[in-house]
Write a protein that binds this ligand. Sequence first.
Ligand SMILES: [Zn+2]
Length: 399
Amino acid sequence: MKLIKKIYCRAYQEGFRIAMPFLPYRKPLILHDVTELPALYRKQGCNKPFLVTDKSIIAHGLTDSLIEAFHKEKMDFELFDDTVANPTSDVIEEGVRRYKATGCDSLIGFGGGSSIDTAKAIGACIARPDKTLAQITGNLKVHKKLPYLSAIPTTAGTGSECTLAAIITDSKTHRKRAMNSFSLLPKCAVLDPKLTITLPPHLTSTTGVDAMTHAIEAYIGQSTTRETRAEALEAVKLVFGNVEKAYRNGADLEARANMLQAAYLAGDAFTKSYVGYVHAVAHSLGGQYNIPHGLANAVLLPIVLKEYGSCVWKKLHQIADYASLSKPTDSDEAAANTLIQAILDLNKRMNIPTKLEGIREEDLPVLTRNADKEGNPLYPVPTLWDAKQLEKIYRLVMK
Ligand SMILES: [Zn+2]
C-alpha cells in the first residue's frame, strides 16, 4: 500500500478510536428463555411484532415455543419467513412492504445472522422512509430510532444480536455492504441454548469458528480497549473449549450455552474494535458466490493470520497463553504458530476444508477491489494491505 494511503487509513482509524468512549454503544437486555419475550414486548408498549425468520427455522420447530407464548399473551404478530442466506436488498424491500401492510410496530430477528440482519435492515428502512436502502447502507447513515428490536440467535457465531452492523447484498451488483449504525443495536438479545440444539454439525462448527474469528480479529487490531481485549480472550477460550463438543453432540446444552456466550462476547468485542481482512475477504466471497460466511471465515482465518507475519505474533501469543495452548516463556513466534496450528487442527477435526471451491481467476479484480473497499480505511488491521496485496489471500485459498 502506498504511504499516503497508509497515513490516511491510520488517521481515519485513530479518529474512530479516540471517539469510541463518546459513541452511543449500549448492551442489549439479555433473556435466556424465548417464552419471556411477548410479555417484554407488551411492557414496551408494542402490539404487533414483525417476526423475521426463514423457512428452515420454522420447519425445525424452533419458533414453536415463541409462537405459543404469543398466543398465551393474546398478542398478534406477523410472520415473515422469506429470509435468505446473505440477505439481499430484494428481500429487505419485500419485508418493509409487508411490515407496513400488516400494521406492525416492532421487530424480532429470529435465526442466524441473516434473519437478524434482515430485521435490522427492515427496521432501518422503517425508521428512514425518506431514504432508499442504498442511501442508508454504509457508516452511520440511519440516525433515527428503530422500532423495538430483539434478536434471537439460533446459531452461535455472528454476534449480530449485539452488533450495530447488518450485512446486505445488493441483488443487482452482488456486492455485500455493511450498514453500521448505533440505532441498529438490538434492545434485547435472547441467548436460549435450547434454540441451538438442532443446528447441524457443519453449521455449529463454521459459525463457531466465525465467533473465534471475530474475537481474534478484534484482539489483534489497533483499536482495542481493556474490555474488548478481555471479551475477545474469553471468547476464544470458550470456542476452543466448547465448539467441538457442540459439533459432536448437538444436545450438549452446556456447550451450546457456552458457545452462545462466546458469540455474544466476540460480537461485543468486534462491534467496538472491528474485524480485519479475514472478514473483508469473506464478505467479498459471500457476495460473489454465496459462500457461507462462517465457512469462508473458518478457512481464511489461519491463512490470513499466517500472512500477517511477525506483526501479530505477540498478540497471538497472548491469546494462545489465555487458551492454555502455550506458555509465557515460549517465543512469540512459536506460540503464534501453535495457535494457528490449533485452529487448523480444530477445523480438520470438524471437517472444515483448507481451501474454498468456486473462486474464478477472472473475478479476482472485482473481489480484491471489494475487499479493499470494505477493509480500508475502516478496519484497524495489524498491517495494511491494498487490493494487490489482498490478491495473495485469494490465491492461497483458491482450489
Ligand atoms: Zn463474521
